[in-house]
Design a protein around this ligand. Structure first.
Ligand code: KG4
Ligand code: ZN
Length: 361
């Protein structure tokens, strides 16, 4: 008689690199429990994430969020077989809260600790949706804190130990989400700006203003084929708003709609253009999209259109898994554990600038 194979280990994932406190429980590629607390409301009056406020909010939210995730999974801490946590990149103080909690849990429960890379976790979350990572892919990560284009290679059956992640390009100034937030402010819309800009853009003409597409001129493409720059675009919007005011116009109605639509078009165009070029240059068949800006209908729509035209498969996880969360951390932790990686030392240091090539610290 053969006995049933042992179930995959239950991995607890903790995320605290920016303004979302995320905790989740994952077994293999199954997401069992998932809770997120966001401090976004506390940053509204400052128009952007204030690191000190974010750190304090993580401290307050961590245990209640942990409790919610366990309840949803129908599990107790005694069931946890390993603790994975974001070790970087991210805000220094915010990272410390999650890592300190993860160390205490790993020590108290006598289970392995895995300090993982936040950006790679955004890619690994696809395991919870698709069951396995594509063998080769280009990932576009766009949020309020980061904008990266990654080349990901994950040879089938070789585990996360064979996972190679290469940074192809990143923003030289503002992150894509940050650009949405700053443009929202110029248009008199609340923080976080992305959803408001999207709503305003709905009735607007995307061709009303020919806003610049950063780093797409021939000479820029030679030096920065896969890098992004959104500060010129933001300045162009500011100039348009200024000129409109000088001419006696109000910043409202059709003007806001046209600027929002033209701005969104410029962001979506650059993101889609560089991502598709990278995938074709690298001979990769799959594109992964992650980060809060994946919520943007025009970004998703244009990327989908251009991927289809280029014969590329586009994978976009459900939105709750695109924004920062504990499930992506647990998913990467589970892959690492299955592959015999780690454990990380209990004196694991946080690294706000952790390079994307380091999957597990
Ligand atoms: O991944 P995320 O939730 O977390 C952090 O970066 O902390 O991303 C938040 C960012 C914000 O900048 C927000 O304005 C942007 O994602 N965002 C959007 C949309 N929804 C959220 N940007 C454009 N369109 C949206 N619908
Ligand atoms: Zn993120």
């Amino acid at each position: 008689m053969t006995s049933a194979p042992a179930p995959a280990p239950l991995v607890l994932g903790i995320e605290s690199s920016c303004d979302e406190t995320g905790v989740a429980l994952v077994r293999g590629s199954a997401l069992l429990g998932h809770a997120v607390a966001s401090s976004v409301e506390e940053h509204v009056r400052f128009g952007g994430v204030v690191p000190e406020i974010a750190s304090r909010a993580h401290l307050e939210a961590l245990l209640p969020t942990l409790r919610r995730a366990c309840e949803e999974a129908g599990a107790t801490l005694a069931d946890v077989d390993a603790v994975a946590v974001t070790a970087g990149p991210g805000l220094a103080g915010a990272l410390l809260v999650g890592v300190a909690a993860a160390k205490a849990l790993a020590l108290g429960l006598d289970v392995p600790l895995l300090g993982v890379n936040h950006l790679v976790a955004h890619v690994a979350v696809d395991v919870l949706v698709s069951g396995a990572l594509p063998e080769r892919s280009v990932a576009l990560l766009v949020s309020g804190g980061h904008t990266e284009l990654l080349d990901v290679s994950s040879p089938a059956g070789q585990g996360v130990g064979a996972l190679r992640v290469e940074l192809l390009g990143q923003t030289l100034d503002d992150a894509a989400g940050e650009a949405f937030d700053k443009v929202a402010r110029l248009l008199g819309l609340p923080y976080p700006g992305g959803p408001h800009v999207q709503r305003a853009a709905e009735g607007g003409d995307p061709a009303a203003y020919a806003f610049p597409r950063g780093l797409t001129a021939a000479h820029d493409l030679r030096r920065h084929p896969y890098d992004f720059s959104f500060s010129g675009l933001k300045t162009a919007v500011a100039r348009q708003v200024e000129a409109h005011r000088r001419a006696g116009g109000e910043v409202d109605g059709a003007f806001v709609a046209d600027v929002a639509a033209s701005f969104s078009e410029a962001v979506a165009d650059v993101l889609a253009r560089k991502t598709v070029t990278a995938a074709l240059d690298r001979g990769v068949g799959t594109v992964l999209l992650g980060g809060g800006v994946a919520a943007n209908a025009r970004v998703r729509g244009l990327l989908a259109e251009r991927c289809e035209a280029a014969g590329l498969e586009l994978r976009v996880p459900p939105l709750r898994l695109c924004t920062d969360n504990g499930a992506m951390v647990a998913a990467l932790g589970a892959l690492a554990l299955a592959d015999g990686l780690g454990p990380s030392p209990l004196d694991l240091a946080t690294d706000p600038g952790l390079p994307v090539s380091t999957v597990v610290v």
